[in-house]
Ligand binder design. Structure first.
Ligand code: PLP
Ligand code: MN
Length: 381
């Protein structure tokens, strides 16, 4: 574990200017507005919200989302699920496939321990059987002890059984195990999230909705009720909502909003989300014609594009390596000046940090209100 001196704990109550760099800073006012906008959107439409906690990996934020109406959270990994459950998150759905017996044993032990409602996605008969076996080995005998969703590939081209008959066969396999509860269909179209125009995203989700309708119809005609269809992300959830096929939304990034999502053309009917996640950096070298800051790609993920320089305005960011960012522009900041970045992709950026420094009252005049631990940082298993 990290034995370095804690750079942040003494900062609570201190002005933003005191925050040591680089730091991952959460604008709590902007985050609260995003939290409420999404909660209001779902409440007004009678939709369940199960935000994706792989984005923030933080139990405190998961509990906050649930306190504002979310039914629970999603995660992608058993390790994430266990880390959040250990911190009191009471309803956790692993929206991903797990076939490894050791991992399933860890999940089964947590189901056995009680106190948390768990769910898991499946797309193979082996996955269904191994989950049932793991529960049996752990001594879980209660009926419907875990929610199981059959994932269908609705155009993403990642996991998921083909819509129609293959999904029906899996739903039957789930229903055959009394300890498993067939909870519905997982239908998430990842590649649609960052199609830049609303028209492209609408078309992708319209095709996804056809796959959902076909599969749901087949299951119901075969006597298998489909309690829920769950899916959607920050880029498309208005289209899943409009289709009427989904009963639960899994958007995650809406809470922090990254530069990649801000590059999407906005949908007229979508709530406006604000950037709430920033990297605070400092100019640490000032050669002629450029300013070099102390934040490189160990401070922010660059898989979905470089960060945007939020403040000062009008600067271009170039990657200077692990620990450096190189800024160019007409009005360069001076040595020691603060620079604020908006990360390109929030999820893997958060995973680079132990702590989110929560700021109240704005990035310039505000103060550190609280520190939020990234509980499931690095929980990849
Ligand atoms: N659901 C699943 C299965 C995902 O993989 C993701 C993100 O990749 C999401 C929901 C949430 O998407 P976003 O954070 O883009 O809103
Ligand atoms: Mn993401």
């Amino acid at each position: 574990m990290n034995a370095a001196p804690d750079r942040f704990s003494h900062l609570v109550g201190q002005p933003v200017a005191a925050i040591d760099t680089p730091a991952l800073v959460l604008d709590l006012d902007a985050m609260d507005r995003n939290l409420h906008r999404m909660a209001d959107f779902c409440r007004a439409r009678g939709l369940r919200l199960r935000p994706h906690a792989k984005m923030h990996k933080c139990a405190e934020l998961a509990r906050l989302q649930m306190a504002h109406g979310a039914v629970g959270v999603c995660v992608q990994k058993i390790g994430e699920a266990l880390a959040l459950a250990a911190q009191g998150v009471s309803d956790i759905y692993v929206s991903n496939e797990v076939v490894d017996e050791a991992k399933l044993a860890r999940l089964a032990a947590a189901v056995r321990a009680g106190g948390t409602r768990f769910g898991l996605a499946v797309d193979s008969a082996l996955g269904v059987q191994r989950l049932a076996d793991a529960l049996a080995h752990a001594g879980v005998t209660a009926a419907a002890a875990i929610d199981v969703y059959v994932e269908i590939d609705v155009g993403h081209g990642r996991c998921g059984a083909a819509p129609g008959e293959p999904a029906l066969a899996l739903a039957r396999a789930v229903a055959a195990h009394p300890v498993l509860r067939f909870a519905g269909l997982q239908a998430y179209h990842g590649t649609a999230q960052h199609q830049r125009s609303g028209a492209e995203r609408r078309a992708s989700i319209a095709r996804a909705a056809e796959a959902v309708a076909l599969t749901r119809g087949l299951l119901e005609a075969s006597g298998i009720a489909v309690p829920l269809v769950t899916g959607a992300g920050t880029g498309t959830f208005v289209h899943e909502t409009a289709s009427g096929q989904w009963g639960e939304l899994q958007a995650g990034s809406y809470l922090f909003m990254d530069a990649d999502y801000a590059a999407n053309a906005a949908d007229a009917d979508a709530p406006a989300f604000e950037h709430a996640l920033f990297v605070k950096a400092q100019v640490m070298s000032r050669p002629e014609g450029r300013a070099v800051i102390d934040a490189g790609h160990k401070s922010h993920a660059i898989d979905s594009g470089l960060p945007r320089v939020w403040w000062p305005e009008g600067l271009d960011f170039a990657n200077g390596g692990d620990e450096h960012g190189v800024l160019r522009g007409a009005h360069l900041p001076a040595l020691g000046d603060t620079v604020w970045l908006v990360p390109g992709h929030c999820d893997p950026t958060v995973n680079l940090h132990d702590v989110l420094v929560g700021v109240r009252g704005g990035l310039s005049a505000g103060h550190v209100e609280r520190l939020l631990r990234v509980d499931a940082r690095g929980a990849l298993g």
